[in-house]
Structures are given as C-alpha cells and as structure tokens.
Design a protein around this ligand. Structure first.
Ligand SMILES: NC(=O)c1ccc[n+]([C@@H]2O[C@H](COP(=O)([O-])OP(=O)(O)OC[C@H]3O[C@@H](n4cnc5c(N)ncnc54)[C@H](O)[C@@H]3O)[C@@H](O)[C@H]2O)c1
Length: 575
C-alpha cells in the first residue's frame, strides 16, 4: 500500500488521466475495490487512511481514541492534499472525507468522484466482520443509520454512484472501470473505437514519451511496483533507493546485455553511490542450472556479500529466473530487482516472483521470491532479435486467451505492428499484460488456484523444451505450439468451439509463431516419446495425472486433469 509515483521529477505528467477517487460510507469496499481498479488499469493506488497511519505511526482507531476526531480530520486533510496530486492514481478515501468541502474540492480538481453505496444491513454485516470502527461506539445499528443519513447528500455529489450491497468486489470494480474508461473517452473526445485505446479491464492510457507508470502487485508486505516506461533504466538508482535498496548490488546479466545496458547502468548506479559487482552468465537456458547457480553463489561469497546486499537481474526470463533463484536461496534470501529486457520477461516472467532452475525437468527446483521492484524499460526491446520478439508475443497471446479478450482483439488487429516491434504497441501491450498478471498473482501468489491459468500452453510447452534439451527452440515457440495442441484438446473434449482454435492459430501464424510440433526445430523436432517422458516429470501433474488449462472462450478457461491419455497421445502425434 502507499503512494506509488515515479521518482523522476514530474514522472507522471503529460496526458495524465484524472484520479479515480472512491468515496463512500465505511465498509462499502473503497480500499479493496480501489486496489482491484488500480491493478486493472495499471495505475498507482493510494489509500488516505494508510497515508495518515504511516504519517502518524498509529492506527486510525488509536488516533481517534488518543487525539479525538478533530485531530484525525486535520491529518486527513493533509493526506488528501498529498494524495490528490496531479492525477493518474486511484485514491480510496476514509468515509468522512466528504464532510470537508475543502477536501472534496481538492479531490475533484484532478479527479472523477465515484461513490460506493451500500444499504445499512450490508454495512452492518460487513462491519461486524471487520470490527474496530471508532465512529460506531456502543450502538452500531443506530449510528450507521444516523451517519448514513447525515452523509448521503455528500455521496450524491459524486460523478457516479455504484450500489455495492449485492455485488462482489470484482463486480463493483468492473462497474467502476467501465464508468471511468467511458468518462475518460468523453473527456478527451476520443472515439471509443480507437484501437490503440485499451478497453475495460486494461492498463489504461499509453504514457507520454518519458513518462513511467506503475502496476502494483498487491501482496501486502511482499507487494511491489512494476514500473513501465521508456528510459527508466537510466533512473534505476532512484527506483532502488525508493525501495530502501542501497549499498552493494550484484548485477547479473549476459555478455551482450551487459555491453548494451549493463555497463551504462552500472556506471550510473556507481555514480549514485552503489557498489556494483557484475556477474556475467551465458545467454542460454543452460544458465538455469545448478552449475550456473553455483558459479553465481561463488561470485557473491568471493565478493563478501551479506544479507544487506541485493541482486539486480538484467535480461530475459533466464536472467530473471536464475537471478531470482540465487536471491531466494543465498543466505536464505536477499532482496532482488528484476529489470526485464525481453518482451517475454516484460509481459510475464518478471512478475510474480517465480524463480527457478531446470533439473531433470523444466523449473523443477525453485522458489517463490518476490522482487523489491520491477523496472521494465520498453526502450530495451529495440535491440531484441525478431525471433525473441515473436517468442514474447506467444505469452501475449496466452494472456489474451486466458483473461484479456481486449488484448487478444488488439493484437489481432495490430499483428503487423506487433511483429515489427512498433514501440507504442509494445509499450501498451507490456502494461496491459503486467496489469493482468499482477492481478492474478495478487489473488494467488503460490499457485493454489487462479494462478494456474497462466500455465495455458505450458504443459506441452515445457515438455517440448525439455525433450529438445532446451536447444533449437525458444520458450515462446514451445508455448505457441503448446497452446495450439491444448486448444485442440479443448475442441476434442467439447470444451471450446473449433472457431476459437482457428482464431488462435491464425493469430499465432500472423505473428510468425509455429503451431506444429514439427516446426519447432529445423533439424530435429522434439520426438513424442521424449515429450511424453518429460511430461511425466511435469510439476503440473497432480497425483500422476497431467493437468491442462483449456480455453473455453476468449478470457475463459477450465482446468482439467482428466484428459484421456489416448487423446493426449493423438494430439501429440498429429501435432
Ligand atoms: N518466472 C516466470 O514466471 C517465467 C514465466 C515465463 C517464462 N519464464 C522463463 O523465461 C525463460 C525465457 O525467457 P526469455 O524468452 O526472455 O529468454 P532469454 O532470457 O533466454 O533471452 C533470450 C535471448 O535474448 C537476449 N536478449 C535479452 N534481452 C535482449 C535485448 N534487449 N536485446 C538483445 N538481446 C536480448 C538474451 O541474451 C538471450 O540470448 C525460460 O526459461 C522460461 O522458463 C519464466
């Protein structure tokens, strides 16, 4: 929680969308809905009560009890002044913020006001669960009715009122997002059909050149920001400092990335007072190994690293998975920063804290260890080889199929731009995917449920990689063929219509991605027998049964572990 703004001077400036200000009575869901809305739109989230508590070093009930309501309202006015800022944030306010005209004028100056409403019964039921409301005293029922009556006229001043009594938090967030996007369109006079404009549930406006935006991965004390912005690597020291990372830093990267971005970054970090220890590893999947990890451990021990030191992984998914794994295990865990430089890592691998190495099977050894911050600089994608760009697009298509139909539509209608790496298209795609993944990870950090959906295409995909000994094919290529085969399973099982498989196949082909096993390697595609053997080691197998994420419709999936082995075999052999 807390305010997330670019540390650069005026980081979020030009074309800043208005703040989205959530007002409403206690227990209407302002904070929870605010977090979901912020995550979906890829915008910073600010909670005025949290600002007050951080400033005062005490909880709101304690401030009320020790200093009284008037003192609390003064602190609240200061918090509102700070939160109201130049726009671009989602702001959850305390229930009484509306009592001050000055507060409301400030919030309205750069914001759309959204009131969340609930009937007294719903509020009392929720308060009963949450407890600890200083304003309710000994007669919660009477107080709720009286306060609601007193304040209802203020809540009516909002730009929109959303009735929450019978809705889930997600459903309330849906309504808020839909309203905000429609209103923002109206404000800038843009046509709804502008294809570059993300639709509901998406990452929001493209930033102006030079602006950065944050997507919050809301994991409470392990939460962090994914910053996305052209040139932000040049400001890395400010972002690191902001997370309390100072002193010694291992910069883990590959030789070419080191020459392109690592050395300039190290120079800047040193200038800002960091002691940088370069750790260069080969640019191949083989670096995700116990041997490579051992070399990195050696380097850290030789350099005298202790628990106060941190690691920055600069590169694609390989640098991130290896660097994150070393950070998770060295001295039982040191802080780390992910600076992804491939499209695949910016849209997927850098977010969510999954780290690991390959051992007999893909990612068999690893840990969930969240980074302190992710710095995704789309400028680095300019040097990415076309094949790696295409590879990243496979995870983008995956995201579209499993949970972001608007993204799927966008990529479908901009396939040529995506294929040639149009910077504006890529930047929007990175933010959209980051917002989606951050939301999934926040709901299920350790893959006990919803996060499994991210494995679409990976049951076959990981097995292709292992069967080919990680040579001759990229992760994205393996996932592309994996998605095709898994969608084929879905069609054969009656889970989805053939039209979805056709649409997905056409899009993958338009992006230059393979859709058949035989196309996975020019010389020797992974053989069915080797793929089967690799699948037997798959982490996703539950009680010996393979688990597949199967698409039902754009944005909807089902997880199945009852796919008949004969059908898997058939699809694999045909594929
Ligand atoms: N942890 C996760 O959640 C997660 C998710 C998806 C994939 N992954 C893992 O990610 C790995 C694949 O990552 P990847 O596709 O990024 O591959 P990669 O890390 O191997 O990078 C691909 C190649 O591109 C080069 N490269 C990277 N950035 C560059 C740039 N800006 N300019 C020029 N060259 C550049 C690299 O040196 C390398 O040669 C796989 O091991 C996969 O299992 C992890």
């Amino acid at each position: 929680m807390g305010q997330a703004r670019s540390p650069r001077a005026g980081g979020v400036t030009a074309r800043v969308p208005p703040n989205i200000v959530l007002i409403g009575f206690m227990a209407t869901g302002k904070t929870s809905v605010g977090r979901i809305v912020a995550s979906r739109l890829g915008r910073p989230f600010v909670d005025t009560d949290a600002l007050i508590e951080a400033e005062a070093g005490r909880s709101v009930p304690r401030i009320f009890a020790e200093d009284g309501e008037a003192a609390f309202r003064r602190l609240e006015a200061q918090a509102v002044a700070r939160a109201a800022g130049p726009g671009g944030s989602v702001i959850a306010t305390g229930g009484g913020v509306v009592l001050s005209r000055k507060n409301m004028d400030r919030l309205r100056q750069h914001g759309l006001i959204v009131a969340l409403r609930a009937d007294p019964q719903a509020i009392l039921a929720r308060v009963g669960r949450a407890g600890d409301r200083p304003l309710l005293g000994d007669d919660p029922e009477g107080r709720v009715h009286r306060l609601l009556e007193e304040r209802s006229e203020f809540y009516r001043e909002a730009d929109v009122v959303v009735e929450t009594s019978a809705l889930s938090l997600d459903a309330v967030a849906d309504r808020v997002v839909a309203f905000v996007l429609a209103r923002e369109d109206a404000l800038r006079g843009a046509a709804i059909s502008d294809p570059a404009r993300p639709a509901a549930g998406s990452a929001g406006d493209r930033p102006a050149a030079g602006a950065a935006r944050a997507v919050r991965v809301d994991l409470g004390p392990r939460g962090y920001d994914v910053w996305i912005g052209k040139g932000i690597l040049a400001d890395a020291a400010a972002y690191l400092d902001r997370c309390g990372l100072r002193g010694r830093l291992a910069l883990l990267t590959h030789p070419r990335i080191d020459a392109l971005y690592g050395r300039p970054l190290a120079r800047r970090l040193r200038k800002a007072g960091y002691e940088v220890v370069p750790v260069i590893v080969p640019p191949a999947e083989s670096s995700k190994s116990l041997r490579a990890a051992a070399r990195v451990f050696d380097r850290l021990v030789d350099a005298g690293f202790d628990r106060s030191c941190a690691l920055l992984a600069l590169g694609g998914g390989v640098a991130g998975d290896l660097g994150g794994f070393v950070a998770a295990t060295f001295l039982r865990g040191i802080a780390w920063v992910s600076a992804p430089t491939t499209l695949l890592a910016q849209v997927d691998a850098s977010i969510g804290g999954k780290t690991g190495i390959n051992f007999r099977a893909k990612n068999l050894i690893g840990a969930v260890h969240q980074p302190a911050v992710v710095l995704a600089d789309p400028d680095t994608l300019r040097s990415l080889p076309p094949r790696q760009l295409r590879s990243g697009m496979a995870e983008v298509v995956k995201t579209g199929v499993i949970g972001a139909p608007d993204l799927f539509d966008y990529v479908e209608s901009h396939a040529a731009e995506c294929r040639r790496g149009d910077p504006a298209a890529l930047e929007w795609i990175v933010a959209r995917c980051a917002a989606y993944k951050a939301d999934v990870v926040a709901r299920d950090e350790r893959e006990a449920g919803p996060r499994m959906v991210l494995n679409y295409g990976h049951t076959f995909g990981h097995a292709f990689e292992a069967a080919a000994s990680y040579r001759g094919l990229t992760h994205g290529e393996a996932v592309s063929v994996g998605m095709t085969l898994e969608a084929r399973l879905a069609v054969r099982l009656g889970v989805c219509a053939p039209a979805l498989l056709d649409r997905q196949t056409r899009l993958l082909e338009a992006l230059g991605l393979p859709v058949r096993r035989a196309a996975l390697s020019r010389r020797k595609p992974p053989a069915p027998r080797a793929v089967r053997a690799a699948m037997a080691h798959d982490k996703k197998a539950a009680a010996g049964r393979l688990r597949f994420v199967l698409p039902q419709a754009p944005g909807r999936t089902v997880i199945r572990d009852d796919v008949p082995p004969a059908l898997i075999e058939e699809v694999l052999t045909d594929g």
